[in-house]
Design a protein around this ligand. Structure first.
Ligand code: DHB
Length: 388
């Protein structure tokens, strides 16, 4: 009897708190964002965090008639930490969506949690093709390496480049870049003379660059994750590879807007392919870059756009479900079409992956600053990694 009364009192108390509080639990929803805010991939966290804050400011932080609360957690780029934080966000904070994921291993570590808890998981950064196949609850707003590697392979083959050495970071996205660059280049008559790899965490490129110099190909194709481009470019110049007539071609991860302006003359003329440039010439992007730079003292890069568009996808889905999560929220994310700062975007309903234009760009100096200037567009590219 005593115990029963006690329970009733507790229930009454908590009801009182709920109805008397400023925001009742059911009037708000939470999104759990996990990013590398520290460690070697901290620039990815910094860019996406800034983009999320911009989206929250512009949207008023409301979706589906509810206040949206974003909880940002730092995994420092360590997969065990990502998994633990995801578990806590789902169980303790009851988030309606998980988001972020700065590197492929971090996304893969979290996929089982999304599946088991039926929580939509928006991959804003990681870009290995198979990530979306690791859980039916994953939706991707970044890109895939196969998607962006094919364009530069075609460009190279059509522009008098016959012999290429490839150099990639030795993990998921690097494997994808090497495989899809190679097959597309060979299909167009090119020859791959060697395939080199660097450790994900290793920023000393001197040994591989010496090897490339000795091999003396027409061009070196490079994929490195965001944050390593400046160091690579510096060593490429120091080793005199540019002077030796070895052309540098890459995915846009290397000529990353986050670092590009500090790379100096060695970056000038580097042709690369990617889905986003801060110099993308549309009204939507000009406004994005201006608003982003007014709020932060740095230029937005492709990671920021993955974060910004990821927020849009979650917000529009919450509008559709009136704040309900789970399978309904996932369904409302599929098939979304919108104009992003990068250009037109579709979330493919079958694959839950992003379909987007891929641009061929050249690093040029514009008004005293280095930019990836787009000069060709491949329209509506679906992830070629899914067409196996
Ligand atoms: C991944 C990380 C990056 O920083 C990048 O530019 C591309 C891919 C990844 O780990 O998936």
């Amino acid at each position: 009897m005593m115990r029963r009364n006690h329970l009733l009192t507790l229930a009454a108390l908590s009801l009182g708190v709920l109805s008397g509080g400023v925001v009742r639990a059911e009037d708000s929803v939470k999104i759990g964002v996990i990013l590398p805010m520290t460690g070697p991939s901290a620039s990815t966290g910094r860019q996406i965090d800034a983009a999320i804050k911009l989206w929250m400011a512009q949207s008023g932080g409301k979706a589906g008639g509810k206040k949206v609360e974003v909880i940002i957690k730092d995994d420092a780029g360590v997969a065990d930490t990502t998994r633990r934080l995801a578990q806590e966000l789902v169980v303790n904070d009851k988030v309606v969506a998980l988001a972020g994921f700065g590197l492929t291993p971090l996304a893969l570590a979290t996929a089982p949690i999304a599946t088991q808890s039926k929580t939509p998981m928006v991959v804003m950064a990681a870009a290995t093709s198979m990530i979306t196949e690791s859980s039916p609850y994953i939706v991707r707003t970044s890109f895939t390496l196969p998607q962006v590697s094919i364009g530069i392979a075609e460009w190279a083959a059509k522009n008098k480049i016959k012999k290429v050495v490839t150099l990639v970071a030795d993990y998921g996205p690097g494997n994808d870049a090497e495989k899809f660059f190679t097959s597309q280049f060979q299909l167009n008559g090119g020859v791959i003379t060697d395939k080199l790899r660097t450790p994900l965490r290793g920023a000393d490129f001197a040994p591989v660059l010496q090897k490339v110099r000795d091999l003396s190909p027409d061009a070196l194709f490079v994929f490195l994750p965001s944050g390593q481009g400046a160091q690579f470019m510096k060593q490429f110049g120091e080793r005199g590879l540019d002077k030796a007539g070895i052309k540098l071609i890459a995915t846009g991860d290397v000529t990353d807007d986050d670092q590009l302006n500090d790379m100096g003359d060695v970056a000038l003329g580097v042709v690369n392919s990617h889905h986003y440039s801060a110099a993308h010439n549309t009204a939507v992007n000009k406004k994005y870059v201006a608003d982003f730079q007014a709020a932060n003292k740095f230029r937005p890069n492709f990671m920021s756009v993955g974060g910004y568009d990821g927020m849009r996808v979650i917000f529009k889905a919450l509008d559709t479900t009136k704040g309900v999560g789970g399978d309904a929220l996932l369904a409302a994310m599929k098939g979304q079409i919108f104009e992003s700062p990068r250009g037109p975007v579709l979330i493919d309903a079958q694959t839950r992956d992003v379909v987007q234009d891929v641009y061929i760009r050249k690093v040029e100096r514009v008004n005293g600053q280095l930019y990836n200037v787009e000069f060709d567009t491949i329209k509506s590219v679906k992830d070629p990694g899914k067409l196996k």
